[in-house]
Structures are given as C-alpha cells and as structure tokens.
Ligand binder design. Structure first.
Ligand code: NDP
Ligand code: 8X3
Length: 259
C-alpha cells in the first residue's frame, strides 16, 4: 500500500537495528525518507536499495547527534522541501557499560547522556519549529522499558531513558496546541540490533544475551512505530510499553529456551 501522499519521515540511527528496520517499513509503504547516522556507507547502500525497490525519494545525512554544530549543519543542508519533515523518529541511542554506580566509567556516562538525551534534544529543536509553523507533525521518541523501571547496573542508561520519558511528556504539553503529535515507544529487549555489542564494547561473548529466550525483534518494534504513526489525525498513542512474551519486566525473563 502506498502512503496517501509523499510524507517525509526522518529517522535518526537508521544504519542499524530498530532504526534500520523502521526505515524498511516506511520505505515499503511509499514514504520519502531522510536517513541519518554516522556510518555514511550503510546509509548509501540503504538509499540505493530503497530507491530501486520502492521508487521513493531518499536523503541521507551522516553526522554525530552528540555534536550540536554538526547536527545543525546537516539539517541546514536540506532544501526547503526536505525541511518539511512530517514525522521525526528520534531513535539514535545506546547503552554503554553494565557496571554498578561506583564502578561506572565517566566516558560511558557522557556518551549515553550526550546521545540519548542531548542528541534527541538537538534534533527536536531543529525540526519542531517547522512543525509548529505548519501546525502539523509527529515526533516519535524511542524510549525503553528502562525509561519506566530501573534495574541493577542500568543506572545511567535508565536515567537517560527516564529523561526521554519526561521529554516526551514535556514536548507533548508544549506542542499539542499546534496539532503536533508526540509519542514514544518503550520496548524491552530487542534483537537484530547492535545494542548489546555496543553496551559490552564489542565483546561478542558477553553480547550473547538473547540466546535462551525470544526477545522482541527490530521488525516488531518497526511495525509498532508504523502503527503509531498511521493513526487518524484525532488519535495520538502516547506510549507503547512492549516486551517479548517471555519477558515480564526488566529483570524477570523466562530463560528456559526459545519458544
Ligand atoms: P543499534 O545499536 O542497532 O542502533 C543504534 C543506532 O543509533 C545506529 O543506527 C547508530 O548509528 C545510531 N547512533 C548511535 N550513536 C549515534 C551518534 N552519536 N550519532 C548518530 N547516530 C548514532 O541499537 P538499537 O536499534 O537497539 O537502538 C535504537 C534505539 O532503541 C536506542 O535509542 C536504544 O536505546 C533503544 N532501545 C533498544 C532496545 C534493545 O534492546 N535493543 C530496547 C529498548 C530501546 P551509527 O553507529 O551509524 O552512528
Ligand atoms: C534496552 C532494554 O533492558 O537493555 O533499552 O535496558 S534494556
């Protein structure tokens, strides 16, 4: 099915995991895409693939969301047509480290705070004024179960996702009067991502955390984001808290095998 008209969807962190799966879902439905991330070569491959397969328009922007000036420069490079973003998906984010608070690495904390909180804010500050001017738009923040509950050794990652939860609520309070929807998706563990590999600094053994149960897949989350983004104009889904069936909470997971 084609989108009713060529809406523009901007996805941060489209090179991998949830962002990449979401880009595939929207591309298939005929939306025009602005895909961002630091790995430009992956973005180039996706652009080529989607343009060929779905005849949509795709812009790619390689930049680091932690760098406010680089983020501003990238968004400023869009022409007036592409600046009219209909749906902003603030997805870029990560966990770094899994340590008790007294052993945490300051550099890990800074990376998480700068990416998950400040990067999301930079993007929102650049894109939301156009939405306000047009009295239309939808911002979808990728939060986490970690934005709703705190687990041992999750300290700073959970704090950044609690900040995302507060920002989603704050953005909605400020923007609903302009007919702008603000939503968030809060998934539990999600495979088909580089999340665990990043958290454990590329340690492939430690990153094997999904082998004894079925977590969500990146496509499950992409499908949910698409559902949230395609509700009628008068409906705004504020938050979707979702986990794999074998996961009851951040700490209660049935690890008796994949079912
Ligand atoms: P991935 O590591 O697979 O993807 C993360 C994406 O974020 C990549 O595309 C990466 O692109 C981008 N990114 C990271 N840092 C930066 C940066 N400094 N500047 C620009 N882009 C950046 O992980 P997920 O798909 O799992 O993560 C996506 C979101 O989902 C995150 O916000 C995460 O916290 C959240 N989440 C993940 C869950 C999980 O279990 N996997 C569960 C709940 C929420 P590049 O490296 O090319 O820059
Ligand atoms: C990712 C889910 O449980 O690793 O946000 O924090 S968890």
């Amino acid at each position: 099915m084609k989108a009713p008209y060529s809406k523009i969807v901007l996805i941060t962190g489209a090179t991998s995991g949830i962002g990449k799966a979401t880009s595939a879902k929207f591309a298939k439905q005929g939306y025009n895409l602005i895909l961002t991330g630091r790995r430009l070569s992956i973005l180039e491959e996706l652009k080529k693939k989607y343009k060929r397969k779905y005849a949509i328009k795709v812009k790619i922007l390689g930049f680091d969301v932690r760098d406010s000036a680089a983020t501003k420069k990238a968004i400023s490079s869009l022409d007036s047509h592409w600046k009219k973003v209909d749906i902003l998906i603030n997805n870029a984010g990560l966990a770094k480290g899994f340590d008790p608070i007294h052993k945490g690495k300051i550099s890990d904390w800074e990376t998480m705070i700068d990416t998950n909180v400040k990067g999301l804010l930079y993007m929102t500050r650049l894109i939301s004024p156009g939405m306000v001017k047009r009295c239309s738009g939808h911002i979808i923040n990728i939060c986490s179960t970690a934005g709703h509950e705190v687990y041992p050794k999750g300290n700073v990652y959970c704090a950044t996702k609690h900040a995302v939860d507060a920002l989603t609520k704050g953005m909605r309070l400020d923007l609903s009067q302009y007919k702008i929807k603000v939503s968030q998706i809060s998934p539990g563990a999600v495979e088909e991502t580089e999340f665990a590999l990043n958290r454990f600094d590329g340690d492939t053994e430690k990153s094997k955390i999904y082998e004894d149960y079925n977590p969500l897949t990146s496509r499950d989350v992409a499908r949910t984001i698409y559902f949230v983004a395609t509700q009628p104009a008068h409906v705004n889904i504020q938050d979707v808290l979702m986990m794999g069936t074998q996961q009851a909470s951040s700490t209660v997971i049935d690890r008796s095998g994949r079912k």
